[in-house]
Design a protein around this ligand. Structure first.
Ligand code: CP
Ligand code: NVA
Length: 301
């Protein structure tokens, strides 16, 4: 039994999961393999894509899901995570959780007797990164590419660093010094990259980061949980907006990606996110296909 709390947890299975996702998407696989299985979905934060795509994924695979808002669970009134983990393990076959603190998900996984899948924490967003790579594979054909991530070195950025290092894709993160991605994750990604020939760069220089880039990616400047720093963050990231001028520094056929939700006029202009280089809706669709592969991988008998 395994868990998916970090992309690192599936470092030997990323290609297999992506191939399975493509196969499931094409409809070539009998995909009712989770018949009779249940997934508990705990949410401590808002969600559109993660909630709906996991829900539909379980349904399409023949299973069912239970949406559990943490404020309605006894956990929200202080019931220990360990009791929640042990009790849910007797009812359902897997837990998907979107949590405020990564450490809480680590504890949940330690105490649970069933697979735990992260649907985002403050540290990582592994299911997003899988959907992102599926999208790049479809639009670019291979991972012998360079992606530039602009803005906040946050959860989405951390998972991208790991998955790019595993798949041998070059990644350049352009961010202010005080908002660099997690240092341990960066070091892990750099160690993996030595064996996969992926180049990892963290820089404040936008021109360097965007040069020869095939994919330009950004995320919100104020993530869920960072609301109290809104003004400070908007100031710090103002130079890192993805606008047409920034897109023109990348390759002519570069695609634009965003995990969504987006704030037009902040991290990206409408011209770019609603323009012809943008693949955001394909990317959002791929959450469903990538997660079906994740669920199949972790929950099948
Ligand atoms: N990208 C993403 O995880 O979206 P939601 O917050 O809507 O789930
Ligand atoms: N970095 C964002 C991603 C939302 C899907 C957040 O954590 O709010």
């Amino acid at each position: 039994m395994g868990n998916l709390l970090s992309i690192y947890d599936i470092k030997d299975d990323v290609n297999k999961i992506l191939d399975l996702a493509s196969e499931l998407k094409s409809g070539h696989l009998n995909n009712r393999n989770l018949n009779g299985k249940s997934l508990a979905m705990i949410f401590q934060k808002s969600s559109t894509r993660t909630r709906v795509s996991f829900d539909v994924a379980m349904y399409q695979l023949g299973g069912q899901s239970l949406f559990l808002s943490s404020k309605d669970l006894q956990m929200g009134r202080g019931e220990p995570i360990s009791d929640t983990a042990k009790v849910l393990s007797r009812y359902v076959d897997g837990i998907m959780i979107r949590a405020l603190k990564h450490q809480d998900v680590v504890e949940l996984a330690q105490e649970a007797e069933i697979p735990v899948i992260s649907g985002l924490t403050d540290l990582e967003h592994p299911c997003q990164a899988l959907a992102d790579m599926l999208t790049i594979k479809e639009h670019k054909g291979d991972f012998n590419r360079k992606i530039t991530y602009m803005g906040d070195g946050n959860n989405v950025c951390n998972s991208l660093l790991l998955i790019c290092s595993i798949l041998g894709m070059d990644i350049s993160v352009a961010c202010p010094n005080e908002y660099k991605p997690n240092i341990d994750i960066t070091n892990t990604a750099k160690t993996i990259a030595k064996n996969t020939n992926s180049k990892i760069e963290i820089t404040e220089n936008i021109e360097d980061a965007l040069k020869d880039s095939d994919v330009v990616y950004t995320d919100v400047w104020v993530s869920m949980g960072d609301e109290s720093e809104e003004e400070k963050r908007k100031k710090a990231f103002s130079q890192y907006q993805v606008n047409q001028k920034a897109m023109n520094l990348a390759k002519e056929d570069a695609i634009f990606m965003h995990c969504l939700p987006a704030i037009r006029g902040e991290e990206v202009t409408s011209e770019v996110i609603d323009g012809k280089q943008s693949v955001i809706i394909d990317q959002a669709e791929n959450r469903l296909h990538a997660q079906k592969a994740v669920l199949y991988h972790f929950l099948k008998a």
